[in-house]
Ligand binder design. Structure first.
Ligand SMILES: N[C@@H](CCC(=O)N[C@@H](CS)C(=O)NCC(=O)O)C(=O)O
Length: 262
């Protein structure tokens, strides 16, 4: 029997577990198969361990909550967690992905939380111009020449990096910058993006959903703008051009002056 993954119709913390499941080969169902959507959340919330999503439901009805626990659990039952150095690296990447996600939550506006309700434009600009570059630089040093692979930690990091690529203000060559400074990391990111299991989860819309809303995650995760067709995970049928345009309008209005990316 299949395990079930439920999340809101936004990327945020749903993409990571969806990718880890898809790459694991385990049979799984997402929102689309389960008919789950935000309208059902109020009823479900009291039944979840922490009142939050994502949640994984096992065939025996037991629930696993907390993103990091979910992806680690999948890695263990599927045997994709790696061993030795691979396992250690996967765990490090889980920690780094969580750190990056917390930073995004702190500095990057969403459809419901404007930049002034975060830490403001200056902090936002500094975040993209300095902080992100430091993190990406360290990841580049850590990245083996063959890339980070497809362990749970690698896929979780990919899911957060991908949202950063989408949310980045986009000057000087976009997230990766104009130079080849982060070649190893970028190559691994692009290979992972193009790989069939990623494409199966993502479908083409992932490439056009350009917005701070890519990282949108809040108590009212019902905004249609952040939905990017994450295949089986999400029930949205299409990310329309008008949504994409709205994304850009919101991003332009909220981000004010885009700083240098990275
Ligand atoms: N530490 C948790 C955080 C999960 C979380 O913040 N979930 C948010 C959506 S991203 C949520 O469920 N919000 C709805 C609510 O609190 O009612 C994890 O990583 O799974």
């Amino acid at each position: 029997m299949a395990v079930e993954l439920r999340y809101f119709n936004v990327m945020a913390k749903g993409i990571g577990p969806a990718l880890v499941l898809e790459y694991s080969g385990i049979e799984w169902k997402g929102n689309k198969d389960l008919g789950f959507h935000g309208g059902l959340w109020a009823d479900l919330k009291p039944k979840t361990p922490f009142g939050q999503l994502p949640m994984l439901t096992l065939p025996n009805g037991e629930i696993v909550a907390q993103t990091t626990a979910i992806i680690n659990y999948i890695g263990k039952i599927a045997g994709t967690e790696g061993s030795g150095r691979d396992y250690a690296l996967s765990q490090m990447l889980i920690g780094e992905a969580e750190d990056l996600y917390s930073l995004l939550q702190k500095f990057v506006p969403t459809s419901f939380v404007s930049i002034d309700k975060k830490l403001g434009v200056e902090a936002y600009t500094h975040f993209w111009a300095k902080t992100v570059g430091e993190h990406v630089g360290r990841l580049e040093v850590l990245c083996p020449s063959s890339g980070f692979g497809t362990t749970p930690g690698a896929l979780y990091l990919f899911s957060i990096l991908h949202q950063m690529v989408l949310a980045c203000p986009g000057v000087h060559g976009g997230f990766w910058g104009a130079t080849d400074e982060f070649r190893g990391l970028r190559q691994w990111y692009e290979n992972t993006l193009d790989a069939p299991p990623t494409q199966k989860v993502a479908i083409a819309a992932m490439r056009i959903c350009i917005s701070v809303l890519a990282v949108h995650c809040c108590r009212r995760c019902r905004c249609s703008l952040g939905r990017a067709q994450w295949g089986r995970l999400y029930s949205t049928s299409s990310a329309s051009t008008s949504s994409t345009l709205q994304h850009e309008a919101v991003a332009a209005g909220k981000n004010v002056s885009p700083g240098r990316c990275r």
